[in-house]
Design a protein around this ligand. Sequence first.
Ligand code: NAP
Ligand code: MG
Length: 398
Amino acid sequence: MAKIQMKTPLVEMDGDEMTRVIWKQIKDILLLPYIDLKTEYYDLGLEHRNETDDQVTVDSAMATKKYGVAVKCATITPNAARMDEYHLKQMWKSPNGTIRALLDGTVFRTPIVVKGIEPYVTSWKKPIAIARHAYGDVYKASEVEVPAGAKAEILVTDSEGKETRTLIHDFKTAGIVQGMHNLDDSISSFAHACFRYALEQKMDLWFSTKDTISKKYDHHFKDLFAEIYEKDYRAQFEQAGITYFYTLIDDAVARVIRSEGGFIWACKNYDGDVMSDMLATGFGSLAMMTSVLVSPDGVYEYEAAHGTVQRHYYKHLAGEETSTNSIATIFAWSGALRKRGELDGLPDLCEFADRLEKASIETIESGVMTKDLYLISSLEEKRSVNTTEFLKEIASRL
Ligand code: NAP
Ligand code: MG
C-alpha cells in the first residue's frame, strides 16, 4: 500500500522522560508505516532547551505561527530538583507558558470517553470540553497585608495624570488586600477562540462568570463576549445549529453536573483552573485528557494534558517494565494530522486520523489496556499490557 502523502510539515515538539519514550514508539509503530510523515522537528527536551538557552522553545512557537499546526510532547517544567538533575544554567520557564504567550492562545481540554471507564457523574454521556482563559486575574495580582487603621484604595492615574480613587476598605483592624486586572484585547481573543472552536467542533458554547457579584469586572467579560457574538458569530452559530449561552457560574456548575455533556464550557482563568481538574477527575483519568491551544488567528498546538510521567520513566531507566497510557499523546498526533489534512485538502490524512482514534478506542473497549485504566475499568474481560504491547495492539486493529 502506498503511504499517505503530506503537503505542509507539522511542527513537531519533542519532550521529556516517559512521554519522550512513547513519542518515538508512536511514530515508529503507528505513524511511519502508513504516512510519509513530514515534520519540522524541534527538540524541547530539557537538555536541549538548556543548551540553546531556551531559544528552541521560542523557535518552535514561531514555526507554529508560520505553518499553523503543531504537535507537542509533554515537557519538564524545571524546579529546584531539576536544576541539579539536569545541571541547568537557569530555572527555565514552562515551555507551555512561553508558547501560550507567543501564540496568545486559549487552551481547550477534552476527555476521551470509552466504554468501561465510567464517569463518576452517571449522567455524563458525551465529553465536556473546558476552555480556560489563560491571562490575568488572580494569576497576575498584587497582594498587600494591611495594618489596623490603614485605608486601602484603588488609584487609577490616566495618561494626563488625572487620578481616580475608589475606596476598597477602611481597615479598623488588620487585614489583606488584593488588586488584579485583565485586558480587553486578551478577553476578546479568548472570546474569538471560543466561538471559533465551537463552530469547528459543532458544539454548543457555555460561558459563565460571577457577574451578579462582580458588577463591573466579571460583567465586562460577559459584555465583551455578547458584543463579539452578536457582531461576528450569531449568524454562523444559527446556521450551524449550535447555541451560545451565558449563565452565572453557580448555575453553570449545577447544569454541568445534570447535563449529558457534549458542549464547551468557557471559564475565566481561576474558574478554568479549578473546573478542569474537576472535569478530568469526573471523567475518570488524566491520562485520557487531550489539550489543544488555539490562537485567535487560527493556529493550533495539540498535546496531552498530563505531564512526562516521571515515576514510570525512572522504572523504565531501571530496566523495569512499564505500562504507561499513550492515548492522550496518540490523540495529540491524530488531532494535528487531521487539522493538517483539513487545511491542506488531504482527505486521506483526515481519514487516517479518524481510523487511528477508532483503533485506539476499540483496543480499550475490547478489554486491552494499560494498568491505569485496568484498575478502574468496569469491563468484565480485561487484561493489562505494557507500554509497547499496547501500541502494537492498536496497530493490529489499525
Ligand atoms: P504526570 O506526568 O501528569 O503524572 C502524574 C501521575 O499520574 C503519574 O505518576 C501516574 O500515576 C499518572 N499518569 C499521568 N499520565 C499517565 C499516563 N499517560 N499513563 C499512566 N499514568 C499516568 O505529572 P508529574 O509526574 O507530577 O510531573 C512530571 C513532569 O511533567 C514534571 O516535571 C512537570 O513539570 C511536567 N508536566 C508537564 C506538562 C506539559 O508538558 N503539558 C503538564 C504537567 C506536568 P502513577 O505514578 O500512580 O502510575
Ligand atoms: Mg489546577
